[in-house]
Design a protein. Structure first.
Length: 323
């Protein structure tokens, strides 16, 4: 295999650039030609493809975002869109692909490879950490650190004013950012999509805190929680405790940007290197992940159908540590 295409797709995540760098440099090391595909599957459809040199990836290991840009392509969800994409790959003589992204990226991959045959290896790049077959995804560590820094600041002002804060973090379908940032910041409650929210229980815990005169109460809610986001939770709290001073803060997209942590840079470098070697070895239609600190390959199908369940001990931990 001589010509490899690489793309980033779906929501960007800090460390994607480090992964691109590792793929390009490993490929060039093995005398391969690497073709960057801009804006994910959409760029593949439109033929937005260019040959990459090692200098294209100089000075990017520390940068957030993705130099290849990213997109969520509706057209790629159609047979016709995927046909156009395949024609572009053939036109550019691309014989293998490295796909960096999350759940949507691997769903796209499964549909594409049901229709066409082209060797591909995936790399998990999403802040949500909601993929099976890997202990970590590129960008998760950085996103949690960003959330932790913000929540610590919120705690300072919350304490100064004796306020209750509801902080909304990202995670449309997954509560990993909420869970980990919440534990790291000593949150009083954490509401996540994986668990049905018992709002009465949340209110009772506030009531107990009030009686015990706990001055700060921070609730972390993942954006995809079944009860709603920070605003809905705030409204219910204010309804029950009109005397409480309640504020919300939605952290939003700041969690997706910024310089990747050392952990994300190392993870991205290892997975980028592993993905190219897997392509060369013919180990394809798999995602390269990390399990118990070893590189582990999972078929695309299992990545999207498998589960990345929340450890129930973590939920218990919050209840115990927030007394
Ligand atoms: O990349 C994952 C994610 O950040 C989710 O946590 C979030 O729900 C979604 O992307 C937001 O997407 P967008 O940037 O399109 O608003």
């Amino acid at each position: 295999m001589k010509n490899i295409g690489i793309l980033t797709s779906g929501g960007d995540s800090p460390g994607m650039n480090a992964a691109i760098r590792a793929v390009v440099r490993t490929g060039v090391y093995h005398d391969m030609d690497i073709f960057g595909i801009r804006r994910g599957y959409q760029g593949m459809i439109e033929g937005d493809i260019f040959k990459m040199q090692t200098t294209d990836v100089a000075n990017i290991i520390q940068r957030g975002g993705t130099i290849l840009k990213t997109a969520r392509s509706k057209e790629f969800m159609t047979d016709e869109g995927r046909r156009k994409a395949y024609d572009q790959l053939t036109k550019h003589n691309i014989e293998g692909l490295v796909l960096i992204g999350g759940d949507g990226t691997f769903r796209g991959a499964v549909a594409f490879f049901e229709q066409f045959t082209i060797p591909a290896v995936g790399i998990p790049g999403t802040i949500d950490k909601d993929l099976a077959g890997t202990d970590f995804t590129i960008g998760f560590d950085t996103a949690v650190n960003t959330a932790v820094e913000a929540i610590d600041k919120i705690r300072d002002t919350a304490e100064a004013h004796d306020r209750l804060f509801v902080v909304e973090v990202m995670g449309r379908d997954a509560g990993y950012i909420a869970l980990n940032s919440g534990i790291a910041c000593g949150a009083e409650d954490i509401l996540i999509p994986e668990q049905i929210t018992d709002i009465e229980d949340v209110l009772n815990r506030i009531d107990n805190d009030e009686r015990r005169k706990k001055t700060v109460h921070i609730i972390i809610v993942a954006e995809g929680d079944d009860y709603g986001g920070a605003k809905e939770v705030q409204a219910r709290i204010t309804e029950r405790f009109p005397m409480l001073d309640v504020r919300t803060c939605v952290l939003g997209h700041i969690q997706r940007g910024g310089s990747p942590s050392y952990a994300d840079r190392v993870l991205a470098s290892r997975l980028g290197y592993a993905a190219v070697n897997a392509l060369r070895a013919g180990n394809t239609q798999v995602m390269a992940g990390i399990v118990n600190d070893n590189i582990f390959f999972t078929p695309f199908d299992n990545v999207i159908k498998g589960e990345a369940p929340i450890n129930p001990d973590m939920l218990e931990l919050i209840r115990v540590l927030s007394i």
